[in-house]
Design a protein around this ligand. Sequence first.
Ligand SMILES: [Zn+2]
Length: 485
Amino acid sequence: MRRSVCSPFVDYSSTVPAGYPLAGCSSAEPASVSPTNSDSPPAVTIQKYEHAFHLVFWDLLKPNADRGSMLVKTILNRIQKFKGFVYTNVQFEDSSSRRIIVDIKPRRGSKGRCHKCMKRCSGYDHLEQRLFDFIPIWNIPVLFRYTLRRVKCPVHGVVVEFLPWAQGKSHLCNSFRVFLAQWGRLLSWQQVADRFHVSWDQVYCAIKSVVDWGLEHRDLEHVEAIGVDEISIGKGSSFATVVYQIDEHCRRLLWIGKDRKAKTLLRFFHEFGRERTEKIIAVCSDMWKPYLKVIAKKAVNAVNVLDRFHIMKMFNDALDKTRRQEVSRLEKDGFEPVLKNTRWLIAKRQENLTAQQRPRLKELLQYNLTSVRAYLLREDFQQFWEYVSPFWAEKFLKEWIRKAMLSKIEPIKKVARSLRKHSPLILNWFITRRQYSSGIVEAVNGCAKLTIRNAHGFRRFETMEYALYHRLGELPMPKSTHIFF
Ligand SMILES: [Zn+2]
């Protein structure tokens, strides 16, 4: 879907076997120590346990001077072991420093890997020593210190070796990156930066790489229903087209594209691929003409369902327009301002009104006002959604359109005309057995709007794109031997 990026993450779980040895020292643990060996006589078993206890806690029983450094190393060996490398020394940077430095060295005799083909090659020379930010312990920064090697690859020449804990020239360890990205789903990016003493840019880079990885590794099979919508971004009238998967088993953001033109949606179908598009059986959308055209052209096996949410939104806009026109007319003619502050009163459905709003609405309905008639027509239309049979739904729709056209309320007549024009697509909702309700698209779109609203400082479209994918894309995360968060 997006440009593919060479994965910075390695599935470390494969490097750590099941039943990972305890405390980093038990690689020498004899098999007979295993507590599952229930056939042994009890006295021997106790002895064995004692032996195992010594193996496991040996480093903790060492003299005090060593204990601190050994402990961090033990933890690291347990949760983040890198094949071919060893942790050598763990200490504060200097007596006054609040940074922990963990030295890493290649295991003796172990050759470096070419970062392009991952083959082990003979060494060429050494580069400068570099520091890599790891996840802080108790809010104390932890840094890996390592002197990079260059290797001589028969295919790629002299290249920098592959590091399993970091990517490219980045100073952030892969685990720290995932850690920051996970927090970035819960807090604003600035809050994450402040909390973990990194810059906003570093949080952005962390999220970017995790999202790129997720997009590359996500499963796009079994997408049967999609929702197409637009979303307003930033100030002014700039829009983005968003495509969601709205299947029962999976609801997520699939794609974002700048603008809301036919070309934008065409781009989605192009990137999604013909084979996958042919498997789509339902597309939920609004009545935006460019979208309808593209959907009809591309999603040939799909039923285009007009979204209930967007239809009802059209009603609410018409109601509001009628009300505003009437307010100014009443004011001009010197009548009582009965319609003042009633926007939400008539926009809401009756069952959603508060206890205070109910008597106010009852009172308002007694007036012979155009807005009241428009309101009653909308309430009447709500019955449409209760139908099960497409046949009776169609009959109701026709009858309602007839009534609305006689109402002499221009905004309502406009809605009726639009419903008449799109009635086959509206009735598709009943054909899909009312499976794809508006609530789904509406809910995901609500989350997307919230992400944009909370995203202060997302000036570039690309940044916002990453934020939306990260929050709503349900993307897989790179695996790690330890869940840090
Ligand atoms: Zn190579």
